[in-house]
Ligand binder design. Sequence first.
Ligand code: ZN
Ligand code: FE
Ligand code: FE
Length: 274
Amino acid sequence: MRGVDKTLIPVDNHLHTKFCGHAAGEISEYLEKAAGLGIRAVGFSDHLPLYFLPPDKMIPNYAMDERDLPVYVNMVKKHAAVSPVDVKLGIEADFVPGHEKKLEKLLAQYQFDFVIGSVHFIDGWGFDDPAELEGYGKRDIDGIYERYFDLVQQAALTGFFDVMSHPDLVKKFNFPPTRPLRPLYEETARVFKRAGVCVEVNTAGLRYPAKEIYPGPELLEVFYKYGLPVTMGSDAHRPDDVGCGLLEAMRLIKNTGYREIATYKNRKINFIEI
Ligand code: ZN
Ligand code: FE
Ligand code: FE
């Protein structure tokens, strides 16, 4: 076995912490779990404060409070200094058009190793929130997909993000579109290539009705064809989910043709051979 188990999951680049209000567990517990699984490198990427909402419209327990951002940064750094696991400081930032200046300012305050860009809102609708499921019945499903990928592309082009998170999150609750997605996939990959972003293979989809990794095999194939780098993460919101699904993610990544996985340090990309 040559200690194969110890090297199967090189990195989990998407971990949350209790600072966002909807994740559980101490940072030390996430790191213990990673070390126990032989994961050599992790990236914390908790939710950036909801900078695009007015202070009185904040959604409770959706993202960390602005006052907690420096606490989060310091906590991750403190653990990084002593952990046997290689710990990177990341952040998962929502993209909402029209609020770019505020986002830029917020991100510039800290030296993150990487910034993940996510689209969780379509024109004010939290389409990935189970509490807002009824929104799928009020809109045209093909229109939802088109608008989602349009926003993801806009996000990539801002230049604020190193990694585009869960790129087909819109499939989460398994309301399938009626038209083939290939043209949207191709367009998105072309835009990502132009933007110079990395894509994340995120296993949270396995834990939701979609029952599929984000991105699915066809979309990942298109990303590969366009030469886009990939990273991967469990999107763990509790220590037990660290590394969850990442063996399957590795299989998908390798079967698609990839031979390396990206990690980030000081916003610079590095590659781990797989
Ligand atoms: Zn979350
Ligand atoms: Fe997310
Ligand atoms: Fe996340």
